[in-house]
Design a protein around this ligand. Structure first.
Ligand code: ZN
Ligand code: ZN
Length: 361
């Protein structure tokens, strides 16, 4: 059994809970998770007894290489995937589930036409229910992704110069991560010097870092399809008392939240642990986002450390913990690590990435 057939077997157990005969998977991330196929424009139709990939001629060779255990149906160039579905399944009076969160209204209407004899059942988050718990293969890929991110960061830490711009740092960091084995970045890197760091999602500009007191770097690598996501805040000169105390509050909040992570805890309770520390320090309003998010095949996925989340932590979840304080026209501080929930507590997958903020220019 491959890791993909194991995942499909787990999915099939869910299909009966949803009382459907077939699930049409169209989200390319979910197709990849269940089949290993890394291309796009390909659907997976899965039932208890079989699974088939529906694709086009561009992917014949890639499908054979990546999914040797799955049958494929390649549409003619004059056909669409939906007309192929109509030809193969249009006469079946079965219940077809589809990913309501990944299908446009236009495609849904065409599916209704294609599957005339069957019943269409909109479903949300079915494959995502499986993806929320990472298997061993996935955790290994996230570790490799974190290692590539670490190499890029170590390199950049050692070459910081006053004349470098945020954009220069971005370019070098991303190049070094690729050299370290990353296939790409997990999201556009955030490199924010001085007051630019007040925006949690600042974009790298041509601002030079010389003369600024802090530099915030939020970055991650993609390895074998899996994301890492980290943030470090660096002092570019001897820090002011304000910068030092804010950094301390953020670090304390992060440490306390990570210490609280274990199976059985509610996600909202972990968010509250960090938020309480920052609120008691007087900066509750300046911590203007959730504490963290799941990572995996996507940079933001379930579960979320937010006040509204009733999700209960389970071993195998991988989530970021990233408290921050942002002060307009002054700057911002965030520290972010990737945490694996284990049977007894948790493990910081990014613990090797240097925390020491002092890198005086
Ligand atoms: Zn991040
Ligand atoms: Zn993040």
């Amino acid at each position: 059994m491959t890791v993909f057939s194991q995942r499909r077997a787990r999915l099939c157990r869910l299909l009966s809970q949803y009382k459907i005969d077939y699930l049409l998977v169209v989200n390319p991330i979910n197709v990849r998770y269940l089949s290993g196929f890394t291309g796009d424009s390909t659907y997976l139709l899965i039932s208890k007894s079989d699974a088939v990939l529906l694709s086009d001629g561009r992917y014949t060779t890639q499908l054979e290489a990546e999914c040797p255990d799955l049958p494929t149906q390649i549409r003619d160039t004059a056909e669409t995937l939906l007309s192929l579905i109509c030809k193969l399944y249009g006469k079946l009076s079965k219940r077809f589930g589809f990913e309501a969160d990944a299908v446009s209204v236009a495609i849904r209407d065409r599916l209704v036409d294609a599957l005339k004899s069957g019943t269409l059942v909109p479903l949300e988050g079915v494959v995502e229910r499986l993806r929320i718990i990472k298997d061993r293969t996935e955790i290994a890929a996230i570790r490799k992704s974190a290692a590539a991110a670490n190499k890029g960061y170590n390199y950049i830490r050692n070459i910081l110069q006053p004349a470098m711009t945020e954009a220069d740092i971005r370019t070098e960091l991303e190049y070094q991560m690729r050299k370290a084995g990353a296939e790409t970045v997990s999201f556009p890197s955030i490199i924010a010097a001085g007051s630019n760091a007040a925006q949690p999602h600042a974009r790298p500009s041509n601002r030079k870092i010389g003369g600024e007191q802090l530099l915030l770097i939020d970055w991650g690598a993609m390895y074998d399809g899996y994301a890492s996501d980290l943030t470090r805040t660096i002092f570019l000169k001897k820090p002011s008392a304000k910068l030092l105390s804010l950094y301390k509050f953020v670090a304390e909040a992060q440490h306390a939240a990570i210490c609280a992570i274990k199976p059985g805890k509610k996600c909202s309770d972990i968010d509250a642990v960090a938020r309480k520390i920052i609120t008691n320090a007087g900066y509750g309003k300046q911590f203007n986002h959730g504490l963290g998010h799941g990572i995996g095949l996507e940079i933001h996925e379930q579960p979320r450390f937010v006040g509204s989340s009733e999700t209960v932590l389970e071993a195998g979840m991988v989530i970021t913990v990233e408290p921050g304080i942002y002060i307009p026209d002054w700057g911002g501080i965030r520290i972010e690590d990737d945490i694996l929930v284990t049977k007894t507590g948790c493990e910081i997958l990014t613990a090797d990435v240097k925390y020491e903020p002092e890198a005086f220019l």
